[in-house]
Write a protein that binds this ligand. Structure first.
Ligand code: SF4
Length: 357
């Protein structure tokens, strides 16, 4: 049996299994025995948890909390609203649309790690929302919509599918004449790097007119290991770029030191920071959410000018009308007819000519 399958079959998803990895607190034990939710992770990712610290950034993403029952700020039926599922356009459940020329194609609701902060929590983690993940239905819809040029294959985690199923999806999408690029959203390089097997590499490899792109999700430097580095290198050697889409999470990466360390360490394993998402108002994840301005402040105080420019992600809020960028706005301090006053990360100012149109 391949190691990645073994990892999934030995998922850490019972109290007894969890106790093999960490010293479970009475609060955590109470949550696990009372909360009706899907949870669990791979033995590999469980091994990254601090056995004695309930505030460990990996542990908080894995172990459920009773705070998930609170919902002061979350939007009910969030996914239906966020993914515009309640509109006049008839679409299969597997297709989520916010833009004219690109869609998200949801092909599974299974994950290697059931992230406690997941914005698809209603569907993937709490399972209150049922959607049909019918791949054929989705492919038929994409074929009929010639305006779609870019497909994001997502889930759940699409890399939990077998090599054959992934190969089929890629082949079928590439047969559609209007498709120009295929993206995969997968957390496997972080939570299950064993998934990048020689068999999967064969499926992904090769020069092709319609390229593959991967975005993963890593939220803390602690999640990055030698195995991550190898998995990413293997993906790159297949011609597949790997970007990161972190989620801004209170108590996990919302302080300048953790935020900077995360983005610097991503580059050491060849992952390009792409987005930092504001933690979305899905129900039951209030305890992970920060003020909206926080992400821009972190880029101002920890990244821009403070480290390599490649380490800078774009900070965005993903809404029902698409992503709204929220970058720091301290750069332009003044403007006259002849010049701008610009400010750098240290608060130093300089003058720059204003060229009229
Ligand atoms: S891997 Fe993605 S879809 Fe799955 S639980 Fe985590 S955030 Fe949600």
């Amino acid at each position: 049996m391949e190691e990645w399958v073994e990892q999934l079959q030995n998922s850490v998803n019972t109290l007894a299994r969890l106790k093999e990895f960490i010293n479970v607190t009475p609060g955590e034990e109470n949550t696990i025995t009372t909360l009706n939710t899907k949870w669990g992770t791979t033995p590999y990712f469980a091994g990254l948890m601090d056995p004695d610290d309930p505030a460990c950034p990996v542990r908080r993403q894995v172990v459920p909390s009773l705070k998930e029952k609170e919902n002061r700020y979350g939007i009910d039926n969030y996914l239906i609203w966020k993914e515009n599922r309640d509109t006049d356009e008839v679409r299969p459940d597997s297709i989520a649309r916010q833009y004219y020329d690109r869609i998200a194609f949801t092909v599974t609701d299974v994950c290697a790690n059931y992230c406690r902060h997941c914005f698809r929590k209603e569907l993937v983690v709490d399972r209150e929302l049922k959607l049909r993940m019918d791949v054929e239905e989705g492919l038929t819809w994409i074929r009929a919509h010639e305006e779609i040029r870019d497909v994001l294959v997502t889930g759940g985690d699409p890399f939990i599918l077998s090599d054959d199923k992934i190969e089929y999806l890629i082949r079928k999408l590439r047969e559609i004449p209007h498709i120009e690029m295929i993206r995969f959203g997968t957390r496997t390089p972080i939570v299950l790097p064993h998934r990048i097997t020689p068999g999967l590499k064969k499926v992904l490899d090769g020069f092709h007119k319609i390229p593959l792109w991967i975005n993963t999700q890593c939220n803390h430097a602690k999640e990055i290991t030698e195995k991550t580095a190898k998995a990413v290198y293997d993906l790159l050697s297949c011609g597949v770029n790997v970007g990161n889409q972190a989620v801004l999470l209170k108590g996990i990466n919302d302080d300048p030191a953790s935020f900077k360390a995360l983005h610097q360490k991503l580059l050491t394993v060849r992952i390009r920071p792409y987005y930092v998402f504001y933690c979305e108002p899905a129900p039951g994840i209030d305890h992970f959410r920060t003020p909206v301005e926080k992400g821009a402040e972190l880029i101002r105080d920890a990244i821009r000018g403070h480290t390599t420019g490649l380490a800078q992600p774009m900070y965005v809020i993903a809404t029902n009308i698409g992503k709204i960028p929220l970058m720091p706005d301290y750069y332009i301090k003044g403007k006259t007819e002849t010049e701008y006053t610009l400010q750098n990360y240290q608060g130093k100012k300089t003058a720059w000519p204003n060229i009229s149109e």
